[in-house]
Structure formats: C-alpha cells, structure tokens
Design a protein around this ligand. Structure first.
Ligand SMILES: Cc1cc2nc3c(=O)[nH]c(=O)nc-3n(C[C@H](O)[C@H](O)[C@H](O)COP(=O)(O)O)c2cc1C
Length: 153
C-alpha cells in the first residue's frame, strides 16, 4: 500500500450517465476540468475522466479523505446521474499522476480499446468490475499520452 506522507493512497472509480444536452457537452466538460484541476491540485487528487457514448467514467486517487470528499461533491452534480462506484480502496501507486484531471473524449480511432473489454458494440460501464474499469482507464491513459506526444512532436 502506497503512502502519501503519513496517509495511504486511495483510489476510486465510478461510472455515471451524462445529463448535459449534446451541443453543450464540450463546453461543460471544459468547465468541469477547469474546476477539477483547481480543486484537485489543492488536495493532491489526480485522475482521468473518460467521456463516451453518454457516459462518464472517472478515476480519482489521492489521500482517502480528499478522494471521498471530492467524490461526494461530484456525485451531487446535476450534470450527470446514476453514479455507480466500480472500484474503491487503497492503491499501490498512482496510475494517473500526470493529471489533476484530464478529460478524454473517445474518438472512433480509440475504440480498439473497447475491444479489449469486449465492449465495442455496447458500452455499459456500469457492468465493469473494478479491475476492468481500471484496465479501461489505464488504456485510455495510454492513448492520451501518445496523442499528447504526437501533438508536441
Ligand atoms: C463528471 C464530473 C466530474 C467532476 N470531477 C471533478 C473533480 O475531479 N474535482 C472537482 O473538484 N470537481 C469535479 N466536478 C465538479 C463538481 O461537481 C463541482 O461542480 C465542483 O467541484 C465545484 O467546484 P467550485 O465550488 O470550485 O466551483 C466534476 C463534475 C462532473 C459532472
């Protein structure tokens, strides 16, 4: 179990249904990320937000109290609903240490990721086990890194 100072690292992954009308989604997600980076940085929380096919899947990691307080606030947000925790518990190490928060809108080119979880036809993140949810977000982390590197190059 990893420690952050004297505290243990906590990880939480949840899935929820997006409740933002289509034309506004990009702008709303930008605003969510802006608030997330500001707040999460202050309490040492990192993570990743996947946006796909009417769903959010988000990982939060950091000190337990900060992660749980952040999740409590997020789950009250009317921009989504039907929040379901897929995985919560102590972690060995951070998986998303590069981002206080970062959103990835899955593109058709990314959808090969879903094949690895047999989800391409039907994206139903509520049905993922904690392990599958973590695998999905780590795969998304990989494409996010490679896209950023391409953009820099
Ligand atoms: C899908 C989703 C993910 C969010 N993720 C975070 C987050 O990681 N951190 C955060 O502080 N707020 C997050 N929010 C926003 C919170 O619900 C809330 O609006 C925000 O924390 C309020 O911050 P403020 O009082 O600084 O404006 C998220 C909202 C949604 C809908």
């Amino acid at each position: 179990m990893a420690r952050i100072g004297s505290r243990t690292l906590h990880q939480l992954i949840y899935a929820s249904r997006i409740a933002i009308p289509w034309p506004d989604q990009g702008r709303e997600v930008d605003q969510i990320i802006e608030a997330s980076v500001r707040n999460n940085q202050a309490v040492d929380v990192t993570g990743l937000l996947l946006v796909h096919d009417g769903w959010f899947v988000q990982a939060l990691e950091g000190p337990a109290e900060a992660v749980l307080n952040t999740y409590r606030r997020i789950s009250d947000d009317a921009r989504h609903g039907d929040c379901r925790v897929l995985h919560a518990g102590p972690g060995e190490s951070r998986s998303f240490e590069d981002w206080h928060m970062c959103a990835r809108h899955m593109t058709p080119a990314d959808e090969a990721i879903l094949d690895t979880l047999s989800m391409k036809g039907l994206f139903e993140p509520h049905r993922l086990t904690g392990k599958q949810a973590l695998r999905l977000l780590k795969a998304v982390r990989g494409v996010q890194h490679s896209t950023r590197l391409r953009a820099l190059g």
